[in-house]
Write a protein that binds this ligand. Structure first.
Ligand code: AVI
Length: 321
């Protein structure tokens, strides 16, 4: 090995998920591994595509209704964002609700630092308390915001990337993190014509395909793999029964390869399931929130009803028949 070779330390959880996922009867790898540096850049590029309606629609909804949100929640909240606020959406909310503090939570310290710096220039007097943690579990918030009312923020319909059981677990964890009486602004993507959904997840420019196939490049680079990436293609399908878009990687020919010294053989047509993106009907989103102890206070949607922003409130447990 020459002096310039950079060795990436493999994440043991990535290795375990990939080896188990490739060997599973229905091969599947958790979607969170799509987001290495390159994957995150490609996802950013996806959000700019004409066919990818969610980002544009949600941003417009926030611009139109952030005043309504502020009227309902008041000012002086600690805004707690689940995921770092690298997007254009965070400043829209912060401008409207005049918070007393901002707490971005992200598992990646790099993203946290980048977004904290970006926000400080626009909100120089806003106290920012970044927390590096996995928000899938309840988190101890910084002491500095202990007495402030909390407003959670979870845009992007990222909730849709979880199967309903995990989505409810996450919403419950958020409730525990924020506390009873806190509020949550959450973006949820709606069910819409299948052609619109398929174009958004299989764009003609091939950016989503590159995003999906990047997972194989990542496996090869980080887990000593020799997967023939050109032997796989991106596939997006609408699973109506599960109300979700699914991304898969399809073997276009028989492919035998090694990952971390383990041999795998994929016959032509075999697939690796890499992501789900659930879409919700009006009542579905409410039921999901209620299952986790969140009552819906208000909901805003666009003219085409393609996306909705919901303001929910953490309800205290109460007896029910
Ligand atoms: C991050 N998440 C909300 C995106 C979505 O729409 O489900 C991920 C994505 N996958 C392909 N395109 C976008």
């Amino acid at each position: 090995m020459d002096a310039l070779t950079v060795v990436t330390q493999a994440d043991p959880a990535f290795r375990a998920d990939v080896l188990a996922g490739l060997a599973a009867p229905i091969p599947a790898i958790p979607a969170r591994w799509l987001y290495d540096r390159r994957g995150s850049e490609l996802f950013e590029a996806i959000t700019q595509l004409p066919e990818y309606y969610p980002t544009r629609t949600e941003t417009a909804l926030l611009e139109r209704h952030s005043g309504d949100i502020a009227a309902l929640v008041g000012s002086g909240e600690a805004v707690v964002e689940f995921g770092s606020g690298s997007s254009a959406k965070t400043p829209i909310l912060l401008r409207a609700v005049a918070p007393a503090a901002y707490v971005p939570i992200d598992i990646s310290g790099d993203f946290l630092r980048e977004s904290a710096v970006a926000l400080t220039s626009e909100f120089p007097s806003l106290p920012v308390h970044p927390v590096e943690a996995d928000f899938m579990r309840p988190i101890q918030l910084p002491d500095q915001i202990a007495i402030l009312p909390k407003l959670g923020f979870f845009p992007g319909s990222t909730i849709g990337n979880l199967v309903p059981r995990s989505a409810v677990d996450l919403l419950r964890a958020m409730k525990e993190t924020l506390g009873d009486g806190s509020r949550l602004v959450i973006g949820m993507d709606r069910i819409k014509p299948v052609e619109v959904l398929l174009a958004a997840y299989d764009d003609p420019a091939g950016v989503t395909a590159e995003f999906n196939l990047n997972l194989l490049h990542r496996i090869n680079a980080e887990l000593e793999g020799d997967i023939p990436v050109e032997g796989f293609r991106h596939k997006a399908i609408w699973n109506d029964e599960m109300s979700r878009i699914e991304m898969h990687l399809d073997a276009t020919r028989d492919a035998a390869f090694t990952v971390s010294d383990r041999r795998f053989a994929f016959a032509k047509g075999a697939t690796i399931h890499t992501e789900n993106s659930h879409k919700y009907g009006h009542r579905d989103s409410r039921l999901l929130l209620r299952a986790a102890g969140w009552g819906v206070v208000a909901e805003w949607t666009d003219e085409r009803q393609w996306f909705s922003i919901i303001l929910a409130e953490a309800e205290p447990p109460r007896w029910a028949p």
